[in-house]
Write a protein that binds this ligand. Sequence first.
Ligand SMILES: C[S@@+](CC[C@H](N)C(=O)[O-])C[C@H]1O[C@@H](n2cnc3c(N)ncnc32)[C@H](O)[C@@H]1O
Length: 252
Amino acid sequence: MTDIVAEMTNKLLVDAGIKKGMSVLDIGCGRGDLALLLAEIVGTEGSVLGLDFDESALAFARERFRENKLTNAAFIHADLNNLSLDHPQFDAIVGRRVLMYLPEPERVIADLGALLKVGGLMIFQEHDSTMSPGSIVPMPLHDQVNKWIWDTVEREGGNTHMGFGLWNLLAQKGLAVEKVRAEAVVQTPSAPFPLTPIVRAMLKRIIQTGAATEEEIDITTLEHRLDEEREKSKTTYIREMVFCAWARKFAL
Ligand SMILES: C[S@@+](CC[C@H](N)C(=O)[O-])C[C@H]1O[C@@H](n2cnc3c(N)ncnc32)[C@H](O)[C@@H]1O
């Protein structure tokens, strides 16, 4: 998670109403980045339950919390597509970049609704490729690298336009959408994106899906080439739009 995205997430959680003492479910928690932010806000009076179907990500998250001596979170293995969770209702259910990977997100939201207290919050942050990349000066290498990343996600079945779908998804029976907003992830000549680490982390998937070849990527020189293009362009560049939305459960 980059600092800029962490900042957006933290602001989202606070603006939506996550507070000390709450019990929160983090769906598709991955390696626990969002759970860490949540654990800090809810404090020791509150609790976080991270849920994912990737055992290795869960093991990483558990170890991370153990190392940081954080005791207000637990992590469980479950598949959102086939959810059966025996747990008292939560004050909030939160997810980041997870709805985009679900084949039937409407059904999952409906299932999650049953796990939320009346008055409770559903809060989501989804990244969207629809209006990006954007710049006044051409940035062909940056555009190419972004395309590799989004193409890979799409070829794996991800919906890269989920941000625009958030309102429709949340405006379900029993949920009142309180806010949808979007913010751009922006690079300036003096503040680069960590694009190369993202490509490095996704390298196997990019090649496996055929979004690009190893030769096209040339990972050993990529950072240098991106830096050169950024420094030469002297431009501000939009990489992606981050949509944030929250809704509240009301009594039917
Ligand atoms: C892009 S990662 C985001 C991780 C985390 N929310 C974050 O923002 O750092 C998407 C996560 O959703 C999880 N995921 C996708 N589909 C899932 C499903 N059907 N059930 C549970 N977890 C799922 C993946 O295993 C992965 O950890």
